[in-house]
Design a protein around this ligand. Structure first.
Ligand code: C2E
Ligand code: CA
Ligand code: CA
Length: 724
């Protein structure tokens, strides 16, 4: 906000400066004038003495020569007609006074001051000799330079005369002239000059200030007032007014430029708001279905659960069954169409107060408050029906099925995150037991809860108690048959339960964040083993490490990775981090940002379990990935299933079309290897070559002490051709 006070400071400064300058100017000019007058008055005082003496010297001479006191008196009277004569004495040749007259001094208003400049009196003394008195005034008397004068308060005895150079005198004429008269006149003139000068300068200053104020400071103050009225939030709505009479000068041009600038600022603001809205949409909404994404859903779910009373909110986690086959058997365009249609159907059917979102590639969520279990079951069944309805896209009609997991707040989870996770768990569990059904968390919660609570406790101390270990599974180059890489797989040697697969504890570790120290332990130990194998001469060996979603979003991740690589002296390019599609989809933007940071270190990235989620091409293109790993589920029951073979072919082609390396997991049979070779898959990993092994056994595998099963597979003609 502009302070009003400031707008008047310039006026005051200008006023003071102009008045100061013109007054100084006035004082200087007046002083010059007064000095000049002073000089003239001083000169005039001198002349006055000479003139007076000149006037009476002859009668005075006659009075002295004739020793005539009466005549002398007359001379006195004549002299005292002049107001400035204050004393006159005529003496004869023997020094006797013939006539003397004195007039008392009448002080004038300024005599106290003028006396300082001119003295209080001037004294003149003239020897009355014939040649000094007569001269031009009368015959027989020569002009004389015998007149002496002095000023000040000195007595007449101090008057200078030089008798030896003068002819014999008849007497002396002494005069005392009062300087006060002329001094006063000078003083009153000086004061008049001073006042006039000062008034002139004040007048001049005021006129000058008026002009400058009218032309500059007043329009400036008007502009400031006009600017202070502008609403900074809406600069485009206000226009600066041109002060009157300034349309065609610099001020007018300035105002015009400011208005153009205000318009530009408003335009910039409009564009920024638009961009912000766009970013808001991109970060909170799914671009395909325009439904809220997982992060916005979670935020809204939090509000909903806060508002809902304890009677509960039901969360429906809808996972499409085997959706990847829709993409592969038809096309991604058809897959997208199906998802858009399902989103529209869900949007139409969901109650007003319910929340709806697309939380994953092939996953939707709906949350509804104030609903009981019976109503939830009915709603779940109707949602299944809704999904099953045929979708027609590009002339093809197809149906999809879904599995729905339902969890209740607060009964099944106390936070929105946990509610979502629990509903997802039930859905995933339901999928594994056949799909196309509604499952409730409460059905599995009890027994799972007890088991997982114990496991959770045990997990927290697993790292400290040295219960974790790693096994390594080779990745074989399908063209050379050589071990090209190795995947580190985690095992938990539980004191009571024996070896536990990561499938059974990673989710749990993610939920209580034990996955961070566990992940760090894996990273450190896997890199340690790789460094040992490099030292043993297997310099080209690459290592793949699995990274969980929680680890990916952990702020210390990049730093830990960098530190460990440096500690073991490993080239960054020898490490590949495997990330599952679903972990990336959880918070897509943040995940992509971290992936770029990892990639910037030189570390490779792979998408794990490729094809099991909804691998949208547009998402994949935005990620800095080097490799995709075909999930082992594609090879289950593959033999003889033409559709399955087509899917594997399509997935490998898709990976290559994105310029990515393709690694196939779960390679178990020679037929698998042959198929992969035919499809020009880059590497294969699976029990066919080797099960995961302890580090020492893996070294034996590397050095050939244990055989890798490769020879039993005859290279296909395609491979032979490419190798030849
Ligand atoms: P994954 O990354 O898909 O790992 C491959 C899984 O397939 C491994 O299971 C491996 O033992 C198994 N496998 C290998 N070859 C074959 C085969 O020919 N046939 C069959 N049927 N299975 C095969 P595992 O070791 O139980 O790991 C399961 C999952 O646990 C992994 O799946 C991975 O997602 C996760 N995981 C493993 N280690 C770690 C880890 O260190 N950190 C994290 N966050 N997750 C891990
Ligand atoms: Ca993996
Ligand atoms: Ca997998």
């Amino acid at each position: 906000m502009i302070k009003k006070k400031n707008s008047f400071q310039l006026s005051t400064k200008l006023f003071l400066a102009i008045m100061g300058a013109s007054l100084s100017m006035g004082v200087v000019l007046t002083s010059v004038q007064i000095s000049f007058d002073y000089y003239n008055t001083s000169k005039r005082l001198g002349e006055l003495g000479s003139e007076t003496v000149q006037m009476i010297r002859f009668p005075a001479f006659e009075a002295a020569r004739n020793n005539d006191a009466g005549m002398a008196r007359k001379v006195m009277e004549g002299l005292f007609a002049k107001p400035y004569v204050s004393e006159a004495i005529i003496t004869n040749s023997s020094g006797q006074t013939l006539g003397r007259a004195i007039r008392n001094r009448t002080p004038t208003a300024y005599s106290w001051l003028s006396d300082h400049f001119f003295g209080d009196a001037r004294f003149y003394s003239l020897p009355l000799a014939a040649d000094t008195v007569v001269g031009s005034q009368g015959p027989g008397i020569a002009p004389s330079s015998g007149l002496a004068s002095s000023s000040g308060r000195a007595p007449s005895s101090e008057i200078v005369s030089s008798p030896e150079t003068l002819p014999p005198t008849m007497g002396t004429l002494s005069l005392k002239l009062d300087a006060a008269h002329n001094g006063s006149q000078f003083m009153s003139r000086a004061l008049t000059t001073l006042y006039a000068g000062l008034f002139q300068s004040i007048g001049f200053g005021l006129i000058l200030y008026g002009i400058i104020h009218g032309l500059i400071t007043r329009p400036l103050a008007e502009l400031i007032r006009s600017i202070s009225e502008i609403d900074p939030r809406r600069p485009g709505k206000s226009v600066l007014r041109t002060p009157m009479g300034h349309d065609d000068d610099e001020i007018g041009t300035w105002v015009e430029s400011c208005n153009v600038m205000l318009e530009a600022v408003a335009e910039y603001g409009r564009q920024r708001r638009l961009a912000e809205a766009n970013v808001e949409r991109l970060t909170n909404y799914d671009s395909l279905t325009e439904l809220p994404n997982r992060s916005l859903f979670l935020k809204r779910l939090e509000v909903l659960t806060l508002r809902a009373d304890n009677n509960g909110t039901a969360l429906f986690y809808i996972g499409l069954d085997d959706f990847s086959s829709v993409n592969l058997l038809h096309s991604y365009r058809v897959g997208d169409r199906v998802l858009i249609t399902l989103a529209e159907r869900l949007r139409k059917c969901h109650p007003d107060e319910a929340l709806l979102a697309r939380v994953g590639g092939d996953q939707f969520c709906m949350a509804i408050s104030k609903i009981n279990e019976t109503q939830a079951r009915e709603l779940g069944e109707s949602l299944l029906q809704l999904v099953q309805q045929t979708v027609v896209s590009a002339g093809q009609s197809l149906s999809v099925f879904a599995t729905i997991g339902v969890a209740f707040y607060p009964r099944d989870a106390l936070t929105p995150e946990l509610l979502l996770k629990n509903a997802e768990q039930v859905m995933l569990l339901g999928k594994s037991s056949g799909g196309n059904r509604v499952h409730f968390y409460s059905e599995i919660a009890d027994h799972r809860q007890r088991a997982s609570k114990q496991l959770e406790k045990d997990l927290l101390i697993a790292v400290e108690n040295d219960q974790l270990c790693l096994v390594f599974q080779p990745q074989v180059n399908l063209f050379t048959g050589q071990i090209a890489g190795v995947e580190a797989l985690l095992r938990w040697d539980h004191p009571n339960r024996g070896m536990i697969s990561p499938d059974d504890f990673i989710l749990l570790a993610e939920s209580n964040r034990a996955v961070i120290p566990i992940g760090l332990w894996v990273l450190d130990n896997a890199c340690k083993s790789l460094a040992q194998w490099h030292d043993a001469g297997f310099n080209d060996l690459a290592l793949s490490i699995n990274i969980s979603a929680v680890q990916l979003h952990h702020p210390g991740m990049i730093h830990d990775l960098e530190r460990i690589l440096h500690h073991y002296g490993l080239p960054a390019g020898s490490i590949t981090l495997e990330i599952t599609e679903s972990s990336v989809m959880e918070d897509l933007e943040a995940a992509i940002a971290t992936m770029y940071e990892i990639h910037a270190l030189g570390v490779r990235l792979a998408i794990d379990d490729f094809g099991t989620g909804y691998s949208s091409l547009s998402y994949l293109r935005r990620m800095p990935i080097d490799e995709v790993k075909l999930d082992r589920s594609f090879f289950t029951d593959l033999d003889g299933h033409i559709n399955g073979i087509k899917i594997v072919e399509a997935m490998i082609q898709l990976g290559h079309s994105l310029n990515l390396q393709v690694v196939a997991e779960g390679t178990e049979t020679p037929a698998h290897v042959e198929l992969l070779q035919k499809c020009r898959c880059d590497r294969a990993q699976g029990f066919y070559y080797s099960e995961p092994r302890k580090a020492d056994d893996f070294l034996a595998l590397l050095s050939g002490k244990i055989a890798l099963r490769t020879s039993s597979v005859a290279p296909s003609p395609v491979i032979s051709a490419s190798l030849a």
